[in-house]
Design a binder for this molecule. Structure first.
Ligand code: FAD
Ligand code: NAI
Length: 467
């Protein structure tokens, strides 16, 4: 078979690229190593983690807040097997959805490992060992990423696990020691803390979610400690982890240089992810690698080999599903002669803990580093009528705006349903709104979105009404 475009990898980058290529009239193939479509995000990432976050949140609320709402329950208990089964059903329904999209758009799907024979020839090796070869004019590599592993931490997938195993545990851990206080550690730590696990986070730096605006990590740390009993150890350098049979012992060096030991029954290693290119045969096509295992690309996401593109987690930038999707669309449109553009500064980052955390644009630390004159406005959820009604009063919205022009430069939020609320900030910034523009727009009452309006009012001559 001969294709205009072949996409290798069916995660959010790959399948979205394939759909957009097909919409634009290109004869398209997609190759996926596993026997289901959807990649990390759908099968072992975004969707299963959110399914378990939702289930565990229901349980936590039933156990801790229903009574205050006037709802009393007897004999509440967790059925983890059912929770994991529901998660699997959610995944399956989305797998089917992507298969449907491939059929609808007449995209040929190949299951097997895709590997370059040369620039225009790709070999597909199925799990049964059968090999097929296809010809292609252009190729989009969307092979994603895998968890980063420390050489001295033996991940045995039983007691010392990554996010993939943490999504299919058969028991609620008594004590989970988490190496890395980033997004995965805090989301999956929240799942098990809500179900009753003790959670200890051992973090190398001095804050959780250290790449986001520092105010967010500080507030999230306070709330996770208060509501879920999280324990945090900062500036601790992990030196080892051992499966003791019935549990795990983690050792670390504290800031004083002393060795400290953590005993738990599971250890989750969540210290970041690295690009995945194994078995792709990049050398056969002459594709050059960039730094830290990434495929090097230019502004159009084209590699050094004309006609071979790479997108998503396998290239530079945030390892996020929506970033991968935007890049998939960009490449499809670029190939067909359009002039697409991605504003990487406006790709929002979200942490699906409770309260949720989100940010877009520059952080306060970045603005300080740039020496840019800015002003800030904040509004706490404890002053929001909507948040009081739902008892979600932790957190705030913080708006950073240019001191002279009032243009919004960054919005950082922690609070209820923030994952959805951040979209307003993205729209505002994409249209280069000033804080006053948003402050003058009507926001329905009572909603959490009023906090965004109030923070913008606060940034505009300190005019917040409700604080
Ligand atoms: P992937 O989704 O990794 O897909 C790559 C695909 O390529 C895989 O299916 C792989 O099997 C296939 N492949 C690899 N090599 C070959 C080959 N040679 N031949 C054929 N196929 C191949 N991001 C968010 O934005 N929001 C979230 O809430 C979120 N939650 C996450 C939770 C967890 C636990 C994890 C681990 C990640 C999460 N992410 C989240 C990150 C998100 O999953 C990734 O950013 C996203 O999946 C990247 O998409 P991609 O298309 O680049 O690659
Ligand atoms: P991460 O980069 O978010 O966090 C890793 C944390 O581990 C950092 O705080 C880092 O300082 C710390 N760390 C690194 N080495 C360490 C060491 N040796 N000892 C102790 N701490 C150490 O990575 P994480 O949580 O593994 O997630 C990987 C990626 O997956 C994320 O960066 C994100 O791109 C994506 N993801 C996105 C989600 C979302 O959008 N909601 C959810 C989950 C994952």
């Amino acid at each position: 078979m001969k294709y205009d475009v072949t996409v290798i990898g069916s995660g959010p980058g790959g399948y979205v690229a394939a759909v957009r290529c097909a919409q634009l009239g290109l004869k398209t193939a997609i190759i996926e190593k596993y026997n289901v479509l959807g990649g990390t995000c759908l099968n072992v990432g975004c969707i299963p983690s959110k399914a378990l976050l939702d289930s565990s949140e229901h349980y936590h609320n039933a156990a801790h807040t229903f009574k205050t709402h006037g709802i009393e329950l007897d004999n509440l208990k967790v059925n983890l097997e059912q929770m994991i089964k529901r998660k699997a059903d959610v995944i399956k329904s989305n797998n089917d959805g992507i298969s449907y999209l491939m059929k609808k758009n007449k995209i040929d799907t190949y299951f097997g490992l895709g590997s370059f024979v040369d620039k225009n020839k790709i070999k597909i090796t199925g799990t049964d060992g059968q090999v097929q070869e296809i010809e292609t004019d252009k190729t989009i590599i969307a092979t994603g990423s895998k968890p980063t592993i420390l050489p001295f931490i033996p991940v045995d997938k039983q007691r010392i696990i990554t996010s993939t195993e943490a999504l299919t545990l058969t028991e609620v851990p008594k004590h989970m020691v988490i190496i890395g206080g980033g997004v995965i550690g805090l989301e999956l730590g929240s799942v098990y803390a809500r179900l009753g696990s003790k959670i200890t986070v051992v973090e190398f730096l001095d804050s959780i979610i250290p790449t986001m605006d520092r105010a967010l990590g500080k507030e999230l740390q306070r709330v996770l400690k208060k509501t879920l009993g999280f324990e945090f150890f900062f500036q601790h350098k992990v030196t080892g982890a051992t499966n003791t049979g019935s549990g795990v012992t983690v050792t670390a060096e504290n800031p004083k240089g002393e060795t400290v030991t953590f005993e738990g029954d599971y250890c989750l290693v969540s210290i970041g992810r690295k690009p995945y290119t194994e078995g792709l045969g990049l050398e056969n096509a002459g594709v050059q690698m960039g730094e830290r295992g990434m495929i090097a690309v230019n502004d159009h996401l084209e590699t050094n080999v004309p006609g071979i593109f790479a997108i998503g987690d396998v290239v530079r930038g945030a390892m996020l599903a929506h970033k991968a999707e935007e890049e998939g669309v960009l490449v499809a449109e670029y190939i067909t002669g359009q002039k697409p553009h991605i504003n990487y500064n406006l790709i929002p980052g979200v942490v699906y803990t409770w309260p949720e955390v989100a940010g877009v644009g520059y952080t306060e630390e970045q603005l300080k580093e740039q020496g840019r004159a800015y002003k800030t406005g904040s509004f706490p959820f404890k002053a929001s009528g909507r948040a009081k009604a739902s008892m979600d009063t932790d957190g705030f919205v913080k708006v950073l705006a240019d001191k002279e022009t009032d243009e919004i430069l960054g919005v950082h939020m922690i609070g209820p349903r923030i994952a959805d609320l951040i979209a307003e900030a993205v729209v505002a910034m994409e249209f280069r709104a000033s804080a006053e523009d948003i402050a003058r727009m009507s926001h329905a009452h009572p909603t959490y979105t009023e906090a965004m309006k109030e923070a913008c009012l606060a940034a505009t001559d300190n005019r917040a009404i409700h604080i």
